[in-house]
Design a protein around this ligand. Structure first.
Ligand SMILES: [Zn+2]
Length: 103
């Protein structure tokens, strides 16, 4: 079971959270003006890559807030977490993780 550090509540068991997909997906400014292919790519096109991924998580059984994680999908290692309003670099998250101070 994963231990996930909510940036608001601290370390909690994975069972308290709900996965929300890839983070930082940009919605087209004018959906009615994009092609069907571009809209479909926005809705459904996700790389699902193996390695470092920025993901959205929801703390269902806690603060009920959305936040983001940087996680290595090849081994489930969580590098760090941060609020939905932030986007720290991978280097910053790794640095925080090494200090044991990941949010
Ligand atoms: Zn929380």
């Amino acid at each position: 079971m994963l231990k996930i550090k909510c940036p608001y509540c601290g370390d909690r068991d994975e069972t308290e959270f709900s996965y929300g997909g890839e983070a930082h997906i940009e919605r087209p400014d004018s959906p009615s003006e994009v092609s069907d292919e571009a809209w479909g790519a926005y809705l459904f096109g996700r790389p699902n890559k193996k390695g470092l991924m920025r993901e959205r998580w929801f703390h269902v059984h806690g603060c009920r807030r959305w936040f983001n994680l940087l996680r290595d999908t090849s081994n489930h290692t969580i590098i760090g977490s941060y609020t939905a309003l932030e986007k720290p670099s991978i280097a910053e998250l790794k640095k925080e993780s090494r200090k044991g101070g990941a949010k």
